[in-house]
Design a protein around this ligand. Sequence first.
Ligand SMILES: C[S@@+](CC[C@H](N)C(=O)[O-])C[C@H]1O[C@@H](n2cnc3c(N)ncnc32)[C@H](O)[C@@H]1O
Length: 281
Amino acid sequence: MHALTHLFSVIFVLGTLSFPAVSCPSEVLSRIGDAMNEGLQMPAVEPSGFVPTLNRMGYMTSTLDPYSKAFIEFCAVAPGPVLDVGAAYGVATIEALKNSKRVFANDIDSRHLEILRDRVPAELRDRLELFPGAFPEGLSFERESLGAILVARVMHFFDGATIDRSAETLHRWLAPGGKAFIVAETPYLKNWQTFIPEYEKRRAQGELWPGFVSDVMAFAPDRGKSLPPQIHFLDPDVLSRVFIAAGFKIEKVGTMPRPDFPADMQLDGRESVGIIAVKAE
Ligand SMILES: C[S@@+](CC[C@H](N)C(=O)[O-])C[C@H]1O[C@@H](n2cnc3c(N)ncnc32)[C@H](O)[C@@H]1O
């Protein structure tokens, strides 16, 4: 066995997820686990379509929002392999595999990726490579090696500095003409209404990161149980600032309704924010 590959296997078996994803990560993953053999299964889907993550990182949706759909469409013409960051059980990855011959799926929880792999139709599995690790620092791709990157409903788990570094990393990895597609939650969610006045006050005061919540359970004790202790709601102004500073041109940005969210979260049609950011040719 190649010495470097062996080293990655050992690191992975020890449970470390943040190794640099540069050497046959899909091979490593296939050796350390198979979801069906380990009895791993995707959790039950809520009536709304939400599927709980295994690591208290919220829920995967069962359908795609307009920005994720734009990513899937762009996969067919992207100038290189495509990457789904925080793929969970593969709601976007599985569609991307139909449009791209090379799809990289990432998640911080390798169990999600094992379940994802089992959900992929056999005839598409050759196109898929799994990259467990914590984006941005726990992943490594060659400069300008990717054609498109989706980061759907992940960045609202990051603090401001990590969001800045994420945008810079995406810009470095994308080939000229490549695009980053980002989706995140805004605070305009029914179960977060008590935070909205604080968020709007901070915005009016010109705070750089008005949506940062340091104590999730204080505002959303119900769904907060399925979330990390901190969350960071984003909006079009914040995402535009971050992606322009990282060197991108903005193709599209805005809030969007989430008819696919459960009724206890839907508020007024501004539940999520999306941005399509282009790296200049
Ligand atoms: C709310 S789910 C979103 C899943 C899916 N992308 C969607 O749009 O429904 C967030 C996913 O991102 C993963 N995640 C959280 N932080 C991450 C990180 N730093 N790097 C990679 N994946 C991460 C979680 O494990 C989880 O599977």
